[in-house]
Ligand binder design. Structure first.
Ligand SMILES: N[C@@H](CCC(=O)N[C@@H](CS)C(=O)NCC(=O)O)C(=O)O
Length: 210
C-alpha cells in the first residue's frame, strides 16, 4: 500500500491528500510534525532529503516528493478520474494553470507567512538550511496574494473550473491556496464573487475535506 508522509495543518500535503481522495486511493498516513521540527531530523531526512512534505512511498520503496511528482505518478498509475487533463490541449492548460497558481498564489502566501510568523524565525525557506526572515518579502507576499485573488477572479468569470470544463489539479491547488491565504489575513472580498461561487461549489466534493 502507498504511504503518504503528511502534516495535517500544512497546505502542500493537503494538495496530495485531495488528489488521492479524488482518485479514491487507500494509503497509510504518517504525520511528520513540522511544528516540532521532526522533518529536519535524520529519520525523516532519510525519507525526503528536501525535508518537506508531502512525500509518497511506493510499494517498491521508491519515494516521490513534490506535488508535481506525486500527481504525475498517481495519474499514470490510477488514470480514473483524470485530474491532469484528457486531451493534449487540456493537459497543457492544466499544467499551465497549476504552475501559475502555485507561483502567483501559493508561493506568495508562503512568502508572506514564512517571512513574518514568529514561529518560523530563520525558516523563511524550506529545507535543511536556515535563512533569516526578510520583512519586505512578507509585505510583498501579501501584495502578491491580492494580485492572485484578482487574477483568479478574472479567470473564473463564467467558468466552473480553473483550467478546463472539468475538475482538475489546478482547482485543487487554487482551493488549497485560497483557504491557506487566511493565515496571512487575506480572504476573498465581496468583489471576488466568482471565487466565492467556485469555492462553494467545490465544497460539495468530499475530497475537499481531506
Ligand atoms: N514544492 C513542494 C513544496 C513542499 C513544501 O514546501 N512543504 C512544506 C509544507 S507546506 C514543508 O514541508 N515545510 C517544511 C518546513 O517548513 O521546513 C511540493 O509541492 O510538494
Amino acid at each position: 500500500m502507498l504511504t503518504l508522509y503528511d502534516f495535517k495543518m500544512a497546505p502542500s500535503p493537503r494538495r496530495a491528500r485531495i488528489f488521492l481522495a479524488e482518485k479514491k486511493i487507500d494509503y497509510i498516513n504518517i504525520q511528520v510534525d513540522l511544528a516540532s521540527g521532526e522533518h529536519l531530523q535524520p529519520a525523516f531526512r532519510a525519507v525526503s532529503p528536501t525535508c518537506t512534505v508531502p512525500a509518497l512511498r511506493l510499494d517498491d520503496g521508491t519515494v516521490i516528493t513534490e506535488n508535481a511528482g506525486i500527481a504525475a505518478y498517481l495519474e499514470a498509475a490510477y488514470p480514473d478520474p483524470p485530474l491532469l487533463g484528457r486531451t493534449p490541449t487540456e493537459k497543457g492548460l492544466v499544467a499551465q494553470w497549476n504552475a501559475r497558481i502555485e507561483f502567483e498564489g501559493l508561493m506568495a502566501v508562503a512568502e508572506a507567512l514564512r517571512n513574518s510568523a514568529p514561529g518560523l524565525k530563520d525558516r523563511s525557506l524550506t529545507g535543511a538550511t536556515n535563512f533569516p526572515q526578510l520583512p519586505a518579502l512578507a509585505e510583498r507576499g501579501v501584495q502578491r496574494v491580492w494580485m492572485f485573488f484578482d487574477m483568479l477572479e478574472s479567470r473564473l468569470q463564467a467558468r466552473d473550473f480553473v483550467a478546463t470544463d472539468g475538475f482538475t489539479v489546478a482547482d485543487i491547488t487554487a482551493a488549497v491556496t485560497v483557504d491557506f491565504a487566511r493565515v496571512v489575513r487575506c480572504k476573498p472580498k465581496p468583489e471576488h464573487a466568482n471565487i466565492a461561487r467556485w469555492r462553494a461549489a467545490l465544497a460539495e466534493r468530499p475530497s475537499l475535506a481531506a
